[in-house]
Ligand binder design. Structure first.
Ligand code: MRU
Length: 353
């Protein structure tokens, strides 16, 4: 099992995803500022993993306090430090909301008890994420035909979550169910999550994987070599519009043209029912140097203009289904996503949480 992020006695430990696939290095972060910088710099990335890192960063920040006095103001500052890192990832804000609820429920307790409650919640979120991905995988794998090739974009695998993955979790579950599924991975410029991370995960696990550059997917779809597309999401609006890694929209348009189903696998924590459509999703703009350099080597004239949006929005009409841990939603998404939320809420009530 790939260890993406762990809570240790020394701090929050993360595999440095900037160094993969050539180096497997684990770094330990001891302050909320260090965790925030790790999220911003893409040491850890992928919406669910960012959510866990946020929860652990909050717990770490509060554990570093030595007095109960001024805790509320400190908590706010800690959350804001993390919130400034990656604006598109819904799970970051979901984690802040969940940790804030724990603080609220424990506000009359001692500092030590509050620290314990927040740490406990962060660890629970880590554990739950793996279980959620497995449930999502089981629902999603039913959509993949045996003997098929599935295209994925970016990395929505174990590295993007606490473990197992969302889109790659669906593929893993299909393989575990005995299906002969193979993967085509888009390399995913500019940060190369497909080449460096998805290919690494698949090779490590022995799932057949072919790496292609981003501009090759149309060629393979036209040749009848792709039977389905499965991607993850950074934020899904209430109407089913999906923000995911830049280039996802292009893949979805191509899939529509070739009659190939385009699936999105994401936990309910990525779905933002308060954002009505994709037009309201904030899109992170990143450093132009990610575009002008590859592996530190300059690839463009120094004075050229550069744009570097990290995500794009795929309109719901191009999405065949959204796979969640509560089931599979299909159009019309306003109703089907709400239904899944209600269903998940009911089962939470039944478990007495
Ligand atoms: O910039 P990144 O690497 O954080 O972008 C990640 C993606 O776009 C993933 O597809 C998404 O977060 C889902 S991860 C399960």
């Amino acid at each position: 099992m790939i260890r993406t992020i762990e809570w240790t006695e020394d701090g929050v430990q993360m595999i440095d995803q900037r160094l993969l696939p050539t180096e497997e290095t684990y770094n330990t972060y001891k302050t909320v500022e260090e965790v925030a910088e790790a999220i911003r710099a893409l040491v850890i990335r992928g919406a669910p993993a960012i959510g866990i890192a946020t929860a652990m960063g909050i717990a770490l920040g509060v554990n570093n306090l030595s007095t109960r006095e001024g805790l509320e103001a400190e908590f706010k500052r800690i959350c804001e430090t993390l919130e400034r890192t990656r604006p598109t990832a819904r799970n970051l804000f979901w984690a802040v909301e969940r940790m804030s609820e724990v603080l609220e429920a424990n506000k009359h307790k001692s500092l030590e008890e509050i620290q314990k409650a927040l740490t406990g919640e962060a660890l629970r979120m880590h554990q739950e994420d793996i279980e959620i991905n497995r449930r999502m995988g089981e629902f999603g794998q039913q959509l993949l035909p045996d003997q098929s090739t599935v295209l994925t974009h970016c990395n929505a695998g174990a590295l993007a979550t606490a473990g197992y993955g969302t889109a790659l979790g669906v593929i893993r579950a299909a393989v575990e169910n005995g299906k002969a599924v193979q993967v085509f991975a888009d390399e995913t410029r500019p940060f190369l999550q497909g080449a460096r991370l998805t290919a690494w995960e698949m090779v490590k696990e022995g799932i057949p994987c072919t790496l292609i550059t981003d501009n090759m997917s149309g060629y393979f779809m036209k040749a009848g070599r792709i039977q389905a597309v499965v991607v993850g999401a950074d934020r899904i609006a209430a109407n089913g519009d999906v923000a995911n890694k830049i280039g996802t929209y292009t893949v979805a348009v191509l899939a529509k043209e070739h009659g190939i189903p385009f699936y999105v696998a994401a936990p309910l924590s990525t779905i933002d029912l308060k954002t009505p459509t994709g037009a309201e999703i904030p899109i992170e703009q990143r450093d132009p140097a990610e575009v002008t350099k590859i592996g530190g080597r300059i690839m463009a004239p120094a004075t050229v203009g550069v744009e570097n949006p990290a995500f794009d929005v795929t309109p719901n009409r191009l999405v065949a289904a959204i796979i969640t841990e509560a089931g599979v939603a299909r159009a019309p998404f306003v109703e089907s996503l709400q239904e899944l939320y209600d269903k998940a809420g009911e089962s939470d009530d039944r478990s007495g949480d």
